[in-house]
Design a binder for this molecule. Sequence first.
Ligand code: HEM
Length: 365
Amino acid sequence: MRETAPVYFDEQSGSWHVFRYDDVQRALSEYATFSSHMGGDDASGTGQLFSSSLIATDPPRHRQLRSLVTQAFTPKAVDALSPRIAGLTDELLEGFAVRGSADLIKELAYPLPVIVISELMGIPPQDRERFKRWSDVIVSQTRTGAANEDHTAANVEMTEYFLALIDQRRSRPGQDLISTLLAAEIDGQKLTVPELLGFCALLLVAGNETTTNLIGNAVLCLAENPGTIDRLLREPALIPQAIEEVLRFRSPVQSMYRLTVAETTLGDEVIPAGAPIVAWIGSANRDERQFQRPAEFDVDRGHNRHLAFGHGIHFCLGAPLARLEARIVLEALLSRLPGLSLEPGAHLERMDSTIVYGVKALPVS
Ligand code: HEM
């Protein structure tokens, strides 16, 4: 598509699909033209819960909301979590070390980010399992992005859960992020309940599935490139660079949505106001105009300006946390299980989603 129809109108869905790096970067960052506000039941199919969240808000509200949580996610604040993340990684790998085989998604890549963010938000350990079900349903989309019954039910259940949790924190505040958000004020005004719900949903669902897939995709990339494993064993300092290349090569978030607020030109196409846009991050990250030999996984790629975490004012808030978790996991896997490989003949099934990219299970031994 990047060659033949870089900006493509899909009559069936009524959306414009954007494939080249420069166009995707523009759609993601030029908020005055490409709005993130998708209305109630938005075209991304993520529904009401996210519609008042940071990710679906434009300036000036976006800046105000974002300023409330930036402190919790700076690289410095996140670095302080390193010992806990390393301890959790070791615990989660224990069963594997004893048995010699595991589904790495189920035993490590899924639980690790859920536990870390749950602890930051003060979610009780016994409730974590529910998020797996809800977030699986929410990120699984039909090809058209339409919501279905399961999707609606998961949204309702999750909303009820968060409302109860918010009430609880209101009467008994703690040191967690939800209590911080409840106490926060913008120009003397507290956050609205939909805004609070939006934060909870965004942090607990969006950040988890994506980090799970970053870890899973990293293991896949290494399994396909044994030379890289040897290289990283010799030069562990290259691990962060390898993670950036995983983000480019197998982007956990493949596409993001926008809505045009005015007529605009992208590539050779004139797009009217009010048009839904699908910006294909996965395609931009393999654009030969931006990356040399884009179809190659290359840890030596310098200046890796991938768009896996977005671009501009909506640049992923959780990027430092996702990078740290992925680094700690890869360090642990390489140092403790250097011979790790995919089960021979393993059938890898992709997640049912046009947005999130990863595999459902990753059997390794
Ligand atoms: C925004 C990807 C992990 C929280 C974004 C955006 C992308 C993205 C592409 C931009 C959305 C847009 O432009 O509309 C990813 C990937 C991750 C990851 C690939 C893991 C590999 C996380 C984590 C958290 C998180 C761990 C939180 C704990 C957020 C938030 C936003 C966001 C709150 C909205 C920021 C804003 O609108 O200002 N993420 N994310 N993400 N991400 Fe992530």
